[in-house]
Design a binder for this molecule. Structure first.
Ligand code: AR6
Length: 231
């Protein structure tokens, strides 16, 4: 079964990188023939400087709520480094909450090269974007626009000009996009999270009551939009 495949990969190539042996992180290949898979970065926790403890609580709660409602889906939190603090916090909290490790796990790699570098197929990826939905700026946004080519910018413009914090928008990737051709990604979901960086627009001045609400809204919007793709 698919689950068994994941478990085998886990044993063969597991990349658990700290003390907790029940961690669900793995590096290895798998297919997702009958399972819709969303790979997403941790929204707002790098350039937008959102607190990692608070963000990890929100990720685990949001994932758990979503998985209670849907079968045949997988959610995968991705980050570039196996030293990622957010990945290890989320793994710990997900294990505590007994979230099924075949339906939610973490993956170390570049979200734009999950298949070609990680041998891991994901049909939908999320982007931590900016309010103008513009390419560049750094982080995962710059990487996704770079990998997807101009067609992502054009397709995004057709869907929306701007995004408000806590919201997301689904963009269907044209077949001609290298991200579609090479990686098998069919949709990108742009998500705008709360911003705690004074140098960026919509700065929340450390208001974590509002910030946590916006981050929760951002993940609900992302997961609902993901579900709407295959419904
Ligand atoms: N693959 C996987 N994860 C990545 C990649 C990648 N290629 N690149 C970064 N990450 P950030 P934010 C992780 O800063 O905090 C942009 O300029 C990163 O380690 O990209 O929401 C936008 O235009 C971190 O865990 O997003 C906005 O203005 C996570 O992705 C602003 O930054 C998110 O980091 C958004 O800031």
């Amino acid at each position: 079964t698919f689950t068994a495949e994941l478990e085998n990969k886990n044993e063969d190539q597991g990349s658990s990188n700290d003390e907790n042996s029940s961690e669900r992180s793995f590096v290895g290949g798998s297919s997702c023939n009958d399972v819709h898979t969303l790979a997403f970065p941790s929204i707002s926790t790098s350039d937008f400087q959102f607190d990692l403890e608070k963000a990890s609580d929100i990720i685990v709660d949001s994932v758990s709520d979503f998985l209670n409602k849907f079968d045949s889906v997988r959610l995968v939190l991705v980050d570039l480094s196996d030293k990622s603090k957010i990945l290890s916090l989320v793994r710990k909290k997900a294990a505590k909450k007994n979230i099924e490790s075949s339906k939610f796990f973490t993956f170390v790699g570049d979200i734009t090269q999950l298949y070609t570098k990680g041998n891991f197929r994901c049909n939908v990826i999320a982007n931590a974007t900016n309010w103008r939905l513009k390419p560049g700026g750094g982080g995962v946004n710059a990487a996704i626009y770079r990998a997807a080519g101009d067609s992502l910018e054009i397709a995004t413009k057709e869907r929306a000009e701007t995004l408000s914090p806590g919201n997301s928008v689904v963009v269907t990737l044209p077949l001609s996009s290298p991200l579609h051709l090479r990686e098998g990604v069919t949709h990108v979901i742009h998500v705008l999270g709360p911003n705690m960086n004074p140098q960026r627009p919509n700065f929340l001045k450390n208001d974590y009551v509002e910030g946590c609400k916006i981050l929760r809204d951002a993940y609900s919007s992302l997961f609902e939009n993901f579900a709407s793709i295959f419904k």
